[in-house]
Design a protein around this ligand. Structure first.
Ligand code: GLC
Ligand code: MG
Length: 587
């Protein structure tokens, strides 16, 4: 571990029981994305319009009013581009065209038009690390066509001195299990693929590739999108080869015995290279230039990286250069995946971001996405409201993965029905550790046939079992529901100056109790209290803030809370049921 991160952890451990204060960094002139509520759509599973059991663009367009009603500002669409769908759109064969299953460019334009009418922003997924092996670029590179010779990372491999046989250039492993090198008979060379065999890595040391991918950004900006979620940044660059053109092997990491698993080896040479940070700064320039030339709103870059803080934070930019607006903060996922849910683990996840973030940047909070088990399944169903409250009361922006607002849980998918390449590259005994199908089941609109996702008779993945009780239709008509709580939270964030500009104080009060307080001069203070434990507790909030003695008004309670909205409670003896979460105000 880096000495720096060890030190940070040590400091965090010492500081963990004292309240943490963060002054607001945002000025009065905030740009739209700094207070935005983002919503991730996984197009294949959101809404099907033509009965083929696969979600599509017209389906999304027909549900934009739902997003408007939720109060979200911007929707990020997972890839909608032409693709053989080996990795369900993350293997793109034409970056300038729409996947026919999802619709046409005309449908896309209609989607953008409707979104504009509703004042919703659309953000696309930009997948820079690789293309599909069916891409014309790759086909040309295989044939060494002029201009495409070095579009991908090709290598002769090496000859084993004992066996005399040709072997891959290094021991590098792909994310989806197994070697990251594949032999190509036609070209008589190996190519690098940090993901599936069908996802060859583009060669960013080739200026033609860099320019081509900037064209992709400009093309979709011209179509009216408001920015990009940039996919899989850590493996964008690999280390430079040595003078003989050889790459170094990675060493055994010691974190797993499974030799096919990417974690079996370190990723020192194949992830987190300095050139990757610079590339993001270049993309930022593309976006800013576009705005300078054509006017309009700013467009944003959201960066996918599960890298350590020392690397991730550099994406924000430095003193002289602007970088990504929002490198995703996955700490609420990763810290709790390792350690489980508790007040102190939540605090650790928050500290890890806020204490490492450069001054003046906008924080963000993420509970889930299409690669991680659904929030309600991972944290426990009883914590979904508390976690939704947390990400919306904390400063900055948050990103909702479709279904988190209604508390959707994972589907159960057998080995036979498994389609995710990560799952398929394993075996029936271990596939559940790898497959991402459970978090990708169709969105639950109603309790009726196929959850209202499609009028057809099949769905591309089976539905999750609980769709009859967890769905939009039911939650809109129920008196209290996760969905109603979510909507109240978004509305509060949109209306509250305190949440938009206030300072933040948070503390683990005991093993189970976590408190966040947002304050702003001349505005109402907002307090969030969560009981992560399974026994009832009485909390004295004056312990947390000695000024907190006046009664507090209840604004929003978690679904099973028996407290009444609009009632005042004594902060010196606030009772909390197991898993209860409350948003209160000093008003
Ligand atoms: C990102 C995506 C994931 C995809 C991978 C390869 O991690 O979120 O779904 O499989 O990149 O593009
Ligand atoms: Mg369809």
């Amino acid at each position: 571990m880096e000495l720096l991160s060890l030190l940070t952890l040590l400091l965090l451990a010492i500081a963990s029981n004292e309240a943490c204060q963060v002054q607001s960094s945002s000025s009065e002139t905030t740009d739209w994305w700094q207070t935005a509520q983002f919503y991730q759509i996984y197009p294949r599973s959101f809404k099907d319009s033509d009965g083929d059991g696969i979600g599509d663009l017209n389906g999304i367009t027909s549900k934009l009013e739902y997003l408007k009603d939720l109060g979200v500002t911007a929707a990020w669409l997972s890839p909608i581009f032409k693709s053989p769908m080996v990795d369900f759109g993350y293997d793109i064969s034409d970056f300038f065209d729409i996947q026919p299953e999802y619709g046409t460019l005309k449908d896309f334009r209609a989607l953008i038009k409707r979104a504009k009418e509703l004042d919703l922003k659309i953000v696309l997924d930009f997948v820079p690390n690789h293309s599909s092996n069916e891409s014309e670029w790759f086909q040309k590179s295989v044939k060494r066509e002029k201009g495409y010779e070095d579009y991908y990372v090709w290598h002769d491999g090496k000859v084993n001195s004992t066996t005399g046989k040709r072997e891959p250039p290094t021991n590098w492993l792909q994310y989806f299990r197994g070697s990251a090198w594949e032999w190509n008979d036609q070209r008589q060379q190996y190519y690098l693929h940090q993901f599936a065999v069908q996802q060859p890595d583009l060669n960013y040391r080739n200026p033609l590739v860099v320019e081509q991918m900037k064209r992709v950004l400009r093309y979709w900006l011209n179509e009216g999108v408001s920015g990009f979620r940039c996919d899989a940044l850590p493996p964008l660059f690999e280390v430079l080869p040595d003078g003989d053109g050889q790459f170094p092997d990675e060493v055994v990491s010691g974190s797993t015995e499974d030799e096919e698993d990417r974690d079996y080896l370190t990723t020192t040479y194949i992830e987190n290279q300095p050139e990757t940070i610079d590339m993001v700064y270049q993309w930022r320039t593309v976006l800013d230039d576009h705005k300078r030339i054509y006017g309009g709103n700013s467009s944003v870059l959201l960066i996918e990286t599960y890298s350590p803080a020392w690397f991730t934070m550099q994406f924000y930019g430095n003193r002289s250069t602007e970088g990504a607006h929002l490198p995703f903060n996955f700490n609420l996922i990763t810290v709790m995946e390792q350690k489980g849910i508790s007040a102190s683990n939540v605090q650790e996840a928050i500290d890890l971001w806020l204490k490492n973030m450069p001054a003046g940047r906008t924080p963000n909070w993420v509970l889930g996405n299409h690669d991680k088990r659904r929030a309600a399944s991972r944290y426990g169903k009883e914590h979904i409201d508390g976690m939704n409250m947390l990400v919306m009361i904390l400063p900055g922006v948050s990103v909702t993965y479709q279904g988190e607002e209604i508390g959707m849980t994972d589907g159960e998918i057998s080995w036979e029905d498994t389609v995710d390449p990560w799952g398929c590259n394993s075996n029936p005994d271990i596939y559940e550790q790898y497959t991402r199908d459970p978090e990708r089941t169709p969105f639950q609109w109603t309790g009726g046939t196929n959850a209202g996702f499609t009028n057809g008779s099949t769905t591309w993945l089976p539905l999750a079992a609980d769709y009859e009780t967890i769905n939009v239709e039911k939650e809109l008509s129920d008196g209290v529901s996760h969905l109603k709580i979510y909507k109240q939270l978004v509305a509060l964030r949109r209306s509250s100056k305190t949440l938009q500009n206030g300072s933040t104080k948070y503390q683990t009060l005991s093993e189970d109790i976590f408190v966040v307080q947002r304050s702003l001069t001349k505005s109402a203070t907002i307090v969030l209290v969560i009981n992560f434990g399974s026994v009832a507790k009485i909390v004295d909030l004056s312990q947390f803030d000695k000024n907190r003695t006046e009664s507090l008004l209840l604004l929003i309670g978690s679904i099973d809370s028996t407290k009444k909205k609009g009632t005042r409670y004594d902060p010196k003896s606030l009772s909390l049921d197991p898993s209860e979460a409350l948003v209160l105000t000093s008003e």
